[in-house]
Write a protein that binds this ligand. Sequence first.
Ligand SMILES: [Zn+2]
Ligand SMILES: [Zn+2]
Length: 303
Amino acid sequence: MTDSPRPDPAFTGGVVKPSYARLLEPQTVFARRAQRFRALASGHDLSPYLSFLADLCEAQHDIQEGLPPTELPSADALARAREFAMPPLDRNRFTADAACDATFAELFGRIERCALTPAAHVALQKVRNADAAGLAVMTQAVLSDSIPVESLAEHVFVAAALQVHFARLAAQLDARELVAVGDGVCPVCGGPPASSLVVAWEGSGGARFCACALCSTQWNYIRAKCCVCGSTKSITYQGIEGDPGTIKAECCDECRTYVKVLYQEKDNALDPIADDVASLGLDLLVRETGLRRGGVNPFLIGY
Ligand SMILES: [Zn+2]
Ligand SMILES: [Zn+2]
């Protein structure tokens, strides 16, 4: 599978200017991520968990073919969102529809076929048996980044279903119509980035893109600028000594957070969600300095 963006007609100084935002194809993003989790799992301290996430991403990929089409907000609502620089698929105003309900049902059913620990199996039964109100509460917790630590496993399944639903919705948008809606905010769903990527696409000139864990959108964000508060005053980078330098934490002394930067220009296989989980060692190191994670990745909550 290739990872090149669609050609961009906007030329500046003879160099192709990268689009502001990039919408990934749901038909490939989860399959690629499953492969990446699988590769990372080999010989890793977190191997069983990474293998479980590989299975989960495979399930996210597999169920899509049988799902009903997703429905975007009306053209008027999309135009209004653009006019007022609001996210067109605002996660804070989300309510589940038939396509979302079907995604929950199909994904939870498909996960039954994954190798699950007894605890994960119990969690799966809980989400499968949850009524609409119970699912709505869990959906709300995922979308507001307030997943309760005591029921993490249930929320990982709900988050995985919402990733499929939002990625399918986002893919129906026109990337050229997307506008910046604020520092550290996804221009499609209004959420925080999980991590960021310095990309190696032809003509991208080493541009940095933030990556959303919910809708899979990637948006251009200048380098050496905090992805959380937008400050450029005191940005430093921390990596793990002796590693290949493909992942660093971009640390901001203004808001005391960090967001990872993945150098895809050094390794094109890096995935903003999978490699974020697999580089947990970097989180542990940076947290010792008193900084907290600015990126939100539902697969990393609880660590
Ligand atoms: Zn998003
Ligand atoms: Zn900051």
